[in-house]
Write a protein that binds this ligand. Structure first.
Ligand SMILES: C[S@@+](CC[C@H](N)C(=O)[O-])C[C@H]1O[C@@H](n2cnc3c(N)ncnc32)[C@H](O)[C@@H]1O
Length: 580
């Protein structure tokens, strides 16, 4: 019987205790039950929980059996009605008796619940449950559009053709994206993305985690929007080396490496330097790079701060392209589809007999607790998120984040041979997106080095075709960057956005690219002090970009050359003061 108590304990306090379902089970050495049995019970019961919650509530089980908590009732009812060998306990165990007493009612309610949902037999209902079709029921899905499972074919190891003939053999082609979104959640369908090469959309519950291609890194589960930065950067054989300034866990790094390798037909040696400040995330990055077979292209800088990388270093003399995907508010992130969600039955409020004193208080508290948490949600795996949402008050967070993002971006603009930069976030906030782009364009370093936005009509085809573009919140642009309305409109249209919960099936995302001409570079003195000489009169007063870079990195250790600036040089506050 420890099976049910231990399963209930695994599910208890899921929001505060942390850890994925697998880590809670497989890293717990104190369990009496086999971890596989525990995992199977929880994942199966969660799939059926929408139906079983309904059955238990209509049967009034919780009101009559005080020993049963909502979670225990759900787990036991699952085994009673659906497990081949029934409830796993000896015949006289109190919990087993508590559900057995209601077997006839529970079975009858189960039949009614099935028929109400329009399933003729238990087998047809079982198939629908397995396919993840049971969204809604009595609780309609809030999601208007299904978020597909996006799969990038890793061209460092394989090709789309090879994957179609192996991993996706037997999958049926959807004639359009809407058809794919309407397909049963676990059905074997696919749709080739028209914007990003080597990208497939599959229904959200298709499980590829056990496929050989996934295990060896031939396919990578990566949201469509997250593929935009490397694709937009469009690194060619003549672009030299590339840097990914904020790399872990490495989806964009490996995509960048794949693009570099695929397009390098002249087999010129091109490297991708991958910076990751956080040491533990750098370990994941290294694993991901190895698994994707990108280690011959990628040079990892573990625990190294990109802001401390010396642009003038010999090592970066050939860096022509830089991808920046810095930490952000994460406001565009969509809840993970592979979460295990358990819908719990709610005890009927009036069904408990009146009680007095302490008992009454306790019963009331129990009822309130169980009503407050009618679902339990747990991540299936401990997967390091691509994004790193930062906690705190929103407006303060946005100010701090956008200051940091601007610093990263203007630092990248210092690399002498760089002529392409992509800047992205998984945020939906103007301040972290177009706001940073406008401020970067206004920075002294951008003007000194001739950086400008990559306009829509010069973007790679898929990005040019993408309809969702940037937004303009003119009242928020407190930098006078000397652009007229038409030019601002060009910048807006050059910015690319994705919105979550739309018919495109992406997360919320933002990306823009900056370019400059090599001729422009060669016409200028490349040191920042030299560039300042080319400034128009009075400009020096407005920017202090030269103070941004204050150290250099040597194998991850930052050697600080000057005290860190407290405020970003382009922060609105400092600018406003100067204008006065
Ligand atoms: C949004 S995540 C990057 C996701 C990654 N591009 C991908 O697609 O998998 C931002 C990462 O940048 C790292 N980071 C933040 N600031 C950094 C800095 N100054 N130098 C290097 N890495 C930094 C964070 O630790 C985090 O892992």
């Amino acid at each position: 019987m420890s099976l049910y108590y231990e399963a209930a304990a695994v599910l208890a306090n899921s929001e505060n205790a942390g850890g994925s379902l697998k880590s809670r089970i497989y890293k717990n050495n104190g369990l009496k039950t086999s971890p596989a049995q525990l995992f199977a019970l929880i994942s199966e019961a969660s799939k059926w929980s929408l139906v079983l919650k309904d059955v238990i509530e209509r049967c009034g089980l919780l009101a009559e059996e005080k020993k049963l908590t909502p979670t225990l009732a759900l787990l036991l009812t699952h085994d009673l009605l659906l497990a081949k060998s029934g409830v796993a306990a000896h015949a006289n165990h109190a919990l087993k008796l508590a559900v057995l007493r209601h077997k006839a009612r529970l079975s009858a309610e189960f039949t009614k619940a099935r028929l109400r949902r329009g399933y003729a037999t238990v087998d047809v209902l079982r198939q629908a449950v397995e396919q993840g079709e049971l969204v809604g029921g009595d609780e309609p899905s809030k999601e208007l559009y299904k978020h597909p499972r996006w799969v990038r074919v890793n061209t460092l190891q394989t090709s789309m053709e090879e994957q179609m003939a192996t991993t996706f053999a037997g999958y049926e082609k959807a004639s359009n994206f809407q058809e794919l979104q309407r397909a049963p959640a676990a059905s074997k369908r696919y749709f080739k993305d028209p914007h990003i090469p080597n990208l497939l959309a599959l229904p959200p519950k298709v499980d590829l985690s056990k496929s050989e291609a996934y295990a060896k890194g031939a396919i990578i589960l990566q949201d469509k929007a997250s593929c935009f930065p490397a694709y937009l950067l469009d690194v060619g054989p003549d672009d030299g080396d590339a840097i990914d300034g904020c790399a872990a866990p490495g989806n964009k790094t490996t995509h960048l490496a794949a693009m570099v390798s695929q397009r390098n037909i002249h087999a010129k040696r091109q490297k991708v330097f991958a910076y990751e400040r956080d040491k533990s995330r750098a370990v994941t990055l290294a694993k991901m790079v190895k698994r994707a077979s990108a280690d011959s292209v990628v040079v990892i800088k573990p625990g190294a701060d990109f802001l401390a990388a010396n642009p003038e270093s010999e090592e970066f003399a050939r860096v022509g392209a830089i991808l920046l995907d810095p930490s952000c508010s994460g406001s565009g992130i969509i809840g993970r589809d592979d979460a295990v969600k358990m819908h719990l039955p709610v005890p009927a409020v009036d069904s408990a007999p009146a009680a007095t004193g302490e008992k009454n208080k306790k019963r009331k508290r129990d009822r309130e607790t169980s009503q407050a948490s009618t679902t339990v949600s747990l991540r299936l795996d401990d997967v390091l998120s691509e994004e790193t949402p930062v906690e705190g008050q929103l407006s303060e967070r946005l100010t701090a984040l956008s200051t940091f993002q601007l610093r990263i971006l203007t630092h990248a603009m210092r690399f002498p041979k760089a002529k392409k930069i992509s800047y992205s976030t998984c945020s939906v906030h103007f301040q972290e997106n177009e706001g940073v782009v406008f401020r970067a364009l206004a920075s002294k370093i951008a003007r000194a080095r001739g950086w400008r936005i990559l306009p829509r009509d010069r973007q790679v085809q898929g990005m040019k075709d993408w309809i969702r573009r940037g937004v303009l919140e003119t009242e928020d642009i407190d930098v006078d960057i000397g652009l007229d309305q038409l030019q601002k409109e060009e910048v807006r249209n050059a910015c690319i956005r994705c919105e979550k919960g739309t018919e495109e099936g992406t997360m919320g995302f933002f990306v823009a690219a900056f370019v400059r001409d090599v001729e422009f570079v060669s016409g200028y003195t490349l040191s920042y002090a030299g560039a300042a000489e080319n400034m128009e009169e009075g400009e020096e007063e407005e920017d202090e970009d030269e103070e941004e870079w204050n150290g250099f990195s040597d194998g991850g250790e930052t050697i600080v050359a000057a005290p860190m600036q407290q405020q970003a040089p382009d922060a609105p506050e400092s600018r406003k003061k100067k204008r006065k």
